[in-house]
Design a protein around this ligand. Structure first.
Ligand code: XMP
Length: 182
C-alpha cells in the first residue's frame, strides 16, 4: 500500500498536532451550554478525523451521522451530491457542528448544511480537516479548517480512492498511474 503513494502531503505528526489545536478553536467557538453540541459527521471519509477530534473536545456532545454519495467507485470527479442516510437525524433546537473530511467543490457541505438547517437546528457550524481553496465556491464555507491544500486528489486518514487507503496514517498523493487501476 505505501508503495502506491507518490508523496506524503501531511504527516501523521502534523495531523495529530493540528487536530488538537483545531479542537481548541472549536471549543472556544461554542457557548458553554448544558446540552452541549451535536456533531453531525459525514460518512465515510470523516471517520478517523472525527474519532481524533471528538476525543480532543472537552464539552458535552451528542453525535449523529449522515451519508452522502458524490464520488462513486473509481473516480476522482464529484457527481451531484445526494443524501443517502438521514432517517433519524435529530438536530432541532441544537447547536450543530458538521464534521467532514474535505471541502472540495462544496456540493456535500451545501447539502448537509441545508438539511441540518431545514430540520430546525439552533445554529450550524462546520469543521473540515482539509479545504481546496481554489475550488470551494463562495456560498459554501467552513468555520473551522485544518489545512488548506492544493487541488490534487488526496488519500489517507479516512479519505479513500475506490474504497482503499483510508487506513493510511497520513494524507498523501497516489501515484498518477494508479487512478483508474485500483
Ligand atoms: P465536495 O466536492 O462535495 O466533496 O466538496 C466532498 C466529498 O468528496 C470526497 N472528496 C475527496 N475524497 N480525496 C478523497 O479521498 C479528495 O481529494 C477528495 N475531494 C473530495 C470526500 O468524501 C468529501 O467528503
Amino acid at each position: 500500500m505505501q508503495t502506491d503513494i507518490e508523496r506524503v502531503v501531511i504527516t501523521e505528526q502534523a495531523l495529530a498536532s493540528r487536530v488538537a489545536s483545531l479542537a481548541g478553536e472549536i471549543a472556544g467557538g461554542f457557548p458553554d451550554r448544558e446540552d452541549g453540541i451535536t456533531i453531525v459527521a459525514v460518512l465515510s471519509g470523516s471517520i478517523i478525523f472525527l474519532a481524533d477530534l471528538m476525543r480532543c473536545l472537552p464539552m458535552k456532545m451528542r453525535m449523529d451521522v449522515v451519508s452522502v454519495s458524490s464520488y462513486p467507485g473509481a473516480t476522482t470527479q464529484s457527481t451531484e451530491a445526494r443524501l443517502v442516510a438521514d432517517r433519524d437525524l435529530q438536530v432541532s433546537g441544537r447547536d450543530v457542528l458538521i464534521v467532514d473530511d474535505i471541502l472540495d467543490t462544496g456540493k456535500t457541505l451545501r447539502l448537509v448544511q441545508h438539511e441540518v438547517a431545514r430540520r430546525g437546528a439552533r445554529s450550524v457550524r462546520t469543521a473540515v480537516l482539509l479545504r481546496k481553496p481554489s475550488k470551494a465556491p463562495s456560498d459554501v464555507s467552513a468555520d473551522f479548517v485544518g489545512f488548506d491544500i492544493e487541488d490534487r486528489f488526496v488519500v489517507g486518514y479516512g479519505l479513500d480512492y475506490n474504497g482503499h487507503y483510508r487506513n493510511l496514517r497520513y494524507i498523501g498523493l497516489l501515484k498518477p498511474e494508479l487512478y483508474g487501476a485500483t
